[in-house]
Design a protein around this ligand. Structure first.
Ligand SMILES: [Zn+2]
Length: 339
């Protein structure tokens, strides 16, 4: 298995104190380092750094205005905060308002939908490299089939066509899926198993019949991102399977079977998996305890996805239980052997 490791991720240094995150920001550099150590120790495959495919594939899913904003956001915000401090959007353009302010807080709030995305000096470069990692993994699958894994941070699935939020800046899974679809002319399915709904990915492909988006996630009635992820959001090829807090292995696997049946009906040539380990029991981010998925459950989830026998790109999304992330990644990837 090819594992693409985006090695610049420490330039998005979210371990620094940030206003509004008194209890600690959970999307930290150690996440990738812990997983890298575990997959290296487990000898799961060849580990490479990303190839740069240029901005074109990212521009195929994101609005030019969003990308221009992210590229310049650090410099543009220097008058608002000191020196190397991160800038955190704090005022948002809700419906009915006009998001056309020239003031820095207005510009930032028109692009972000929450306070989850601090802008550091290296943020753009790190998210760009994370997206290139997913592209590298996708290109390898396009040429060789099999399964690849893109190990990067920050995650991407909350970044939409012209907005970002939820720790996400650019959407790696969506970029990989669009790249596979455009370069081959084949249909692509995205399966999102992160605990949270992949609202950005959904919006990118909502009217597109060539890319199916299927997501299992916490019911937005009770958990983030609250305004997306309901079952009646159907689009051209979209299936949301919201699940209640406390969902256990058996209930999750039943929903997963529905998701995989929809994917088989769609008959894609490629599968992209948005893999967020915050679905696991004990993750610190979900509200009210989240799901109750065990390691045995994760193994079954992985086996059922792998049994589809589709060329598969696995993209790292969320997951914040640092002491367990490595074990989760190894468990997921082992199902996609041969090693
Ligand atoms: Zn998540």
């Amino acid at each position: 298995m090819l594992i693409v490791h985006a090695d610049r991720h420490r330039d998005h240094p979210t371990t620094r104190p940030m206003p509004g995150y008194g209890r600690g920001y959970p999307e930290v550099p150690d996440r990738v380092d812990r997983i890298l150590a575990a997959v290296t120790a487990a000898n799961l495959g060849t580990i490479v750094t990303p190839t740069d495919f240029g901005p074109g594939p990212i521009e195929a899913v994101h609005d030019a205005g969003l990308l221009a904003h992210l590229r310049t956001a650090f410099d543009a915000s220097r008058g608002e905060v000191g020196d190397d401090d991160p800038y955190i959007p704090h005022t948002f353009a809700v419906r009915g308002r006009r998001p056309n302010s020239d003031a820095v807080p207005g510009v930032f709030g028109a692009r972000a939908f929450d306070t989850g995305c601090p802008i550091f000096r290296g943020t753009w470069a790190v998210s760009y490299q994370a997206t290139q990692a997913a592209l590298t993994a996708a290109d390898h699958v396009r040429t060789n089939g099999g399964c690849t894994y893109s190990l990067s941070r920050p995650p991407g699935h909350h970044a939409g066509p012209d907005f970002h939020g939820g720790f996400c800046y650019t959407n790696h899974a969506a970029t990989a899926a669009r790249y596979l679809q455009q370069t081959t002319g084949e249909r692509v399915a995205i399966l999102d198993i992160d605990y949270h709904h992949g609202n950005g990915t959904q919006e990118i492909f909502f009217d597109d019949p060539n890319v199916l988006f299927v997501s299992l996630h916490a019911d937005p009635e009770v958990d983030y991102p609250f305004y997306w992820g309901f079952a009646d959001e159907r689009g051209a090829a979209n299936l949301n399977l919201p699940l209640p807090h406390g969902t256990d292995d058996a209930a999750y696997l039943t929903a997963l079977d529905d998701a995989l049946a929809r994917i088989r009906d769609f008959a894609p040539r490629y599968l992209v998996v948005s893999a967020g380990f915050d679905l696991m029991s004990g993750d610190p981010v979900p509200r009210n305890g989240g799901f109750r998925i065990t390691i045995r459950g994760l193994r079954k989830i992985a086996e059922r996805i792998a049994a589809q026998k589709l060329p598969t790109v696995i993209v790292q999304e969320g997951g914040y239980n640092l002491s367990r992330l490595g074990e989760y990644a190894v468990t997921l990837l082992r199902a996609f052997g041969p090693l």
